[in-house]
Design a protein around this ligand. Structure first.
Ligand SMILES: *Cc1c(COP(=O)(O)O)cnc(C)c1O
Length: 386
């Protein structure tokens, strides 16, 4: 089975981890600072704060904004549940704004329609690795005095009007889960240009304590104060060393992801029942995912094949295809807690019936790409199950 995503680890990565294991610091040492600076430099901002996962990074961002009970944060439904859950972690309320049907990115008009006097922030999700319309989102956020946070977990290395994701919002969150662009096992980071946000993020990841162990070592002091309630969301030096090593390979990873996406684009251009998502001209896509929409056409005899049938046929054919995502507002938890459900975000709900994510990862060999194309084309061409 060719999976939809997989990490790429080489000898240099292994070497980097082994060196940390032989050093004085296994956690909160020099590799954390080095990784934070390397990611911040790469995206073009001042501060990076490494944490234990993308989800922890989202939680930290909500704390930095002081989101609390009574506050609303506007989120898209076409995302991983953590994007909305983080608002709830802090006692706020996620409010769903529908996506644009062709890109499945949050629709700025829908955002504007959902703003109330309780709204504190807008969360943009660069779904599949395509940056949102940051021009309009920034303008709306500024006009209403809201913070703009980017869940860039799909989009490390993506660009909007020549600027990298990470430099387009007040805070941007990345994940280093093995299926994402670079891997640290589990891991995440928040990047920002705002020194006060950076300070609050660091506080929150370490129990709300204002200095860390290494700083106290250097100052020869035992004294610390807990000034807020925080968590242990630290990322270890072992993981950060892997991150530093992986980041060096990111340009090559992106090139390979874009090349595979181009091959899929070319192969599916002619097929009537398959349409790749639209890519806006002002972006450079980072292709965390390659998502197509399957349209039931059903020419000739028999009944048209549904997306679910196509999904099963591809799985049986040896492709680890997936569906990203079940719209968050359709999950039982959200339905029960907030009374959300079908009809709230029709574009996301309609797309959910059609989408499929195809295998795409930098270590995918030419042979695997050929195989994937062959299986897809064969299955996509037979439009009916009769
Ligand atoms: C992966 C992902 C997350 C969560 O990241 P973890 O590191 O798995 O906690 C959040 N949002 C989106 C859009 C993601 O893809």
């Amino acid at each position: 089975m060719i999976p939809y995503g997989r990490q790429y680890i080489d000898g240099l990565d292994i070497q980097a981890v082994v060196e940390v294991l032989q050093s004085d610091w296994l956690t909160t040492g020099p590799k954390v600072t080095e990784f934070e600076q390397a990611v911040a430099d790469y995206v073009g901002v001042h501060y990076g704060v490494a944490v234990s996962s993308g989800t922890a990074a989202l939680h930290c961002a909500m704390f930095a904004l002081a989101i609390g009970p009574g506050d609303e944060v506007i989120v898209p439904p076409m995302t991983f549940a953590a994007t909305a859950n983080c608002v709830l972690f802090q006692g706020g309320k996620p409010v769903f704004a529908d996506v644009e049907p062709e890109t499945l990115l949050i629709d700025p008009d829908q955002v504007e329609a959902k703003i109330s006097d309780r709204t504190k922030a807008i969360m943009a999700v660069d779904y599949t690795g395509q940056p949102c319309d940051y021009g309009r989102l920034r303008e709306i956020a500024d006009r209403h005095g809201l913070a703009l946070v980017a869940d860039g977990c799909h989009a490390l290395g993506a660009e909007y009007q020549g600027r990298r994701v990470g430099s387009l919002a007040d805070m941007t969150v990345f994940s280093f889960h093995p299926v994402k662009h670079i891997a640290t096992g589990e891991g995440g980071m928040i990047v920002t240009d705002n020194p006060e946000f950076s300070r609050r993020l660091k506080l929150f990841r370490n129990h709300g304590i204002s200095t860390d162990f290494r700083q106290r070592e250097e100052q020869g002091s035992w004294f610390y104060e807990m000034t807020d309630l925080g968590y242990n969301y630290r990322l270890s030096d072992i993981q950060c060393a892997l991150g530093v090593s992986q980041l060096k390979k990111l340009p090559g990873f992106l090139e390979r992801r874009r090349e595979i996406a181009r091959r899929y684009d070319e192969a599916f251009g002619e097929l009537e029942s398959v349409s790749p998502l639209k890519v806006n001209p002002e972006v450079r896509h980072a292709y965390h995912l390659y998502v197509i929409k399957w349209q039931e056409k059903g020419k000739g005899k028999g009944k048209p094949r549904s997306r679910t049938e196509v999904f099963q046929a591809l799985r049986q054919g040896g492709l680890g295809v997936n569906v990203h995502y079940i719209p968050v507002h359709l999950h039982p938890f959200y339905r029960q807690r907030f009374g959300t459900g079908p009809g709230l975000c029709p574009a996301a709900e309609g797309a959910y019936e059609q989408i499929l994510s195809l295998p795409l990862f930098p270590g995918m060999t030419d042979q695997e790409v050929r195989e994937a194309l062959e299986i897809c084309t064969r299955i996509f061409q037979s439009q009916t199950s009769g």
